[in-house]
Design a protein around this ligand. Structure first.
Ligand SMILES: Nc1ncnc2c1ncn2[C@@H]1O[C@H](COP(=O)(O)OP(=O)(O)OP(=O)(O)O)[C@@H](O)[C@H]1O
Ligand SMILES: Cc1cn([C@H]2C[C@H](O)[C@@H](COP(=O)(O)O)O2)c(=O)[nH]c1=O
Length: 259
């Protein structure tokens, strides 16, 4: 999300993020133990490492990813867990430079664009995500590798497999334990962004056909790996979506009673 950058500016460190006035119902009593209990065996390649859990939000522009990331982060923080809330591109200082160039700079060809996102991701994982997971935090990211596969691999036609391989190389194979796809008609998503003050970025301006193919790519990936993905209808009210996300994350953490 291009707006509300204040939250994101805070996530360079491993300290739990302080979220502004979370609009979520009061959390049930916090469990005494943090880091989290998990219901899955540790699998570093799948974003489940001893103590830590890696969750990503994906979907089209304006689908509600940053809204849901913040709500999930606030809920987990309220449960007493260590949470790192971050995003791609731009989850690190270097990433913010890359974000500005890739979204608001001059023309870049599709391969350069794919490499810029991959460079942002490599640095993000090496400097923030992996250390946080190793320290036992829940890491919640607004976009990750699947955005590259959908936007550059399919939207830009570079090839989904090649772009996925690039990102897997960049990240040492780190995949989220859970990826929430907020699925929405691209016109509705872009319509939600219309009132903001800033101009649409390069990707938001890529055209109807680009965004339609990107949506299909996300849905195809989700269907191929249902164990990792949770697909939600993002046209529903914010709180209904948030409740579904909480239920799935609670199950992963072995905290079903808290959702
Ligand atoms: N379920 C929803 N129903 C209606 N409006 C929503 C919903 N979720 C978010 N919004 C609104 O849509 C706009 C975009 O939401 P948000 O920034 O969370 O989306 P995003 O997917 O992160 O966007 P971007 O692609 O720009 O990063 C905001 O004004 C937000 O309040
Ligand atoms: C990670 C990633 C992102 N993109 C695109 C998707 C969006 O249009 C912008 C990011 O903006 P947001 O407001 O933070 O959603 O970048 C992409 O094309 N490839 C990627 O890997």
């Amino acid at each position: 999300m291009g707006r509300g950058a204040g939250v994101w500016a805070a996530v360079d460190t491993l300290a739990p993020v302080t979220l502004p006035d979370p609009p979520v119902p009061p959390a049930p009593p916090a469990p005494s133990a943090a880091p989290a209990r998990r219901s899955q065996p540790a699998d570093p390649a799948r974003g489940v490492v001893p103590g830590g859990l890696f969750v990503s939000f994906e979907g089209g522009d304006g689908a509600g990813k940053s809204t849901q990331s913040r709500l999930l982060g606030a809920w987990l923080t309220g449960l007493g867990l260590a949470v790192v809330l971050t995003r791609e591109p731009g989850g690190t200082e270097l990433g913010r430079v890359l974000r500005r160039e890739v979204l608001h700079g001059g023309h870049v060809d599709p391969r350069t664009e794919a490499l810029l996102y991959a460079a942002d991701r490599a640095h993000h994982v090496a400097s923030l995500v992996r250390p946080a997971l190793d320290a036992g935090s829940v890491v919640v990211t607004d976009r990750y590798l699947d955005s590259s596969v959908a936007y550059q691999g399919t939207g830009r036609d570079l090839g989904a497999d090649e772009v996925e391989r690039l990102s897997l190389w960049a990240t040492g194979g780190l995949l989220p334990a859970l990826t929430v796809l907020l699925d929405l008609d691209p016109a509705a998503g872009l319509g939600r962004l219309r009132d903001r003050p800033d101009q649409p970025d390069r990707l938001e301006s890529a055209g109807d056909d680009f965004h339609r193919r990107t949506r299909e790519a996300f849905l195809g990936r989700a269907a191929a790996d249902p164990g990792r993905w949770l697909v939600l209808d993002a046209s529903r009210p914010v709180e209904a979506i948030a409740a579904d996300v909480r239920a799935r994350v609670a199950a992963l953490l072995g905290l079903e009673d808290a959702a």
